[in-house]
Design a protein around this ligand. Sequence first.
Ligand code: SF4
Length: 94
Amino acid sequence: MAGSDWMRRAACTRMEPDIFYPVGDGAYAREMTEIAKQACLSCPVRAECLRQALETGEQYGIWGGMTPEERRDLARRDMRRRRFAAARMRGVAR
Ligand code: SF4
């Protein structure tokens, strides 16, 4: 994240970083995840944050309001969409 201009406008700059990196899947981790996601909802650089996490394949933490699992799902759906679009261009899919 260092060196990224958009980070200066991030809603989380004055928050406890650990909130964005919940450990495990227990009640405490789920609570931290929800707190982080709430902060992301009103963040002015949410799109930039999510884009960076997707482009770099960030494996940990809440970025752009999404957990690592949610980002992986999004990336898989996007890949399927691209493959389908490419197949349509070749006339393979309808
Ligand atoms: S979207 Fe969330 S994690 Fe990303 S910069 Fe904003 S508050 Fe921080």
